[in-house]
Design a protein around this ligand. Structure first.
Ligand code: NZQ
Ligand code: ZN
Length: 386
């Protein structure tokens, strides 16, 4: 295990009526003007907006509305939000939504307090923000775990990059599974697959020898697989939604990463695919993972074989380590089919094949797993996803 420092700055309020428990405790600690940030309107339909607005009014806050944060949030939207924060003198940002809303707010919180352009600051000067407008997160779609870290994935339409930007941590997070009940089945499953992806990309990083973090990751993966299967039979199963909501947070709150160098190659490819096609994150991952892992599993046979045994319950008897590793990857590919996720880019609705080369040429190549891909092999993988 590598040396580490672990600190977690947010309070998590989990469960039924969590917002009604959290906000009366948390809001008195922050200033009067609160920006209520949300997406394209699902919170208005579900009634979550009215509930949160009521709690803000009860706490005597002045509410500044910030609507329309889109899936795959753009850097332009960040700038719009930061300008509004400055104009209205916002003291606190409350993000109500899925990963997109929460991520956008993390960077608004940073951009609003500096004259410097955050993108240039982070990617050109490698300087990271340390001052923020404080924020909280109320989760309505789980999967990304965005509420429990300070990384935000933002699309810069000028540079055609979808990249991880460091921003604010939410000071508190509200996770009420009831808020996810209005989420369409497709998004429930794609969010859960995202959690599975985070766990795999962490597990398959280094060191190669099994650590406590890896054993916890195995438990998270098994939990996600089991609960997706429960939801496929009964999409309204509250217990399964609750389990997936906490699994999502567990995969991205840093605990699985303790003592590890993570991989996240599938994410790097998917993010650039998102930059060029604005595709759904979990779906992109479902297509990329099996193809990528068919290329990596021979070099990382020990870890892949362990994942096959521990996560997919594939018996080792009669198989070499490499065969076992590949059998685990095929079990993942079968699972993608079983849960009705797309297995090719065409099934995702992507029609322009020329994006593949652009993605292959521009995505980051990581060395976290067993080998670093060449641009050529990266393109091969993307073509196998077609
Ligand atoms: O915009 P609204 O109308 O709210 O609709 C959203 C959106 O269309 C809808 N939705 C959310 N909660 C709902 C609901 N619909 C009905 N009922 C509800 N309760 O769901 C759609 C998708 O929302 P979005 O926030 O985009 O989904 P998700 O949570 O999957 O977030 C995806 C974004 O997070 C990034 C992804 O790249 C993508 O940009 N990620 C962030 C990470 C992080 N910060 O740690 C890690 C991930 O790997 C990921 O990259
Ligand atoms: Zn993800």
């Amino acid at each position: 295990m590598k040396d580490f420092i672990y600190s977690y700055p947010a309070r998590v309020y989990f469960g039924e009526k969590a917002a009604a428990k959290a906000l009366p405790v948390e809001l008195p600690k922050v200033g009067k003007t609160v920006m209520l940030a949300y997406g394209g309107g699902s919170v208005k339909k579900s009634g979550v907006y009215d509930e949160i607005f009521g709690l803000l009014e009860e706490a005597g806050k002045e509410v500044v509305d910030f609507a329309g944060i889109m899936p795959n949030p753009t850097y332009k939207k960040v700038q719009e939000g930061a300008a509004l924060v400055r104009e209205k003198g916002v003291d606190f940002i409350l993000a109500v939504g899925g990963g997109s809303v929460i991520d956008c707010c993390k960077i608004i919180a940073a951009q609003a307090v500096t004259e410097r352009d955050i993108w240039e600051m982070e990617f050109k000067d490698h300087v990271y923000p340390s001052e923020f407008i404080p924020m909280g997160a109320i989760v309505t779609a789980s999967g990304t775990g965005a509420e429990m870290n300070n990384g935000a994935v933002i699309t810069n339409e000028d540079t055609m990059e979808k990249a991880g930007v460091l921003g604010a941590y939410a000071g508190f997070a509200v996770l009420d599974p009831a808020y996810t009940m209005s989420l369409p089945a497709k998004q429930v499953i794609s969010g859960a697959f995202d959690t599975l992806s985070h766990s795999m990309e962490t597990y398959l990083g280094s060191p190669r020898d099994i650590t406590l973090s890896d054993e916890i990751a195995e438990a998270v993966m098994r939990n996600v697989i089991r609960n997706i299967r429960i939801l496929l039979k009964d999409m309204n199963n509250r217990e399964a939604r609750s389990e997936l909501m906490w699994a999502s947070a567990m995969a991205e709150n840093g605990i699985l990463k303790i003592g590890k160098v993570t991989d996240f190659q599938a994410h790097q490819i998917e993010h650039q695919l998102g930059a060029y096609t604005d595709c759904n994150h979990g779906q992109g991952l479902a297509v990329i993972h099996p193809a990528l892992y068919r290329h990596l599993c021979k070099d990382g046979a020990k870890q892949f074989a362990r994942m096959a045994r521990k996560v997919w319950d594939i018996p080792a008897e009669g198989r070499s380590e490499e065969e076992l590793a590949l059998a685990g990857v095929e079990a993942l590919a079968d699972f993608v089919r079983e849960i009705g996720m797309p297995a090719t880019f065409t099934e995702m609705g992507i029609t322009d094949k020329s994006v593949l080369k652009k993605v292959a040429d521009t995505c980051n190549l990581t060395a976290g797993c067993c080998k670093k891909l060449s641009r050529e092999e990266n393109l091969e993988i993307l073509e196998e996803c077609w």
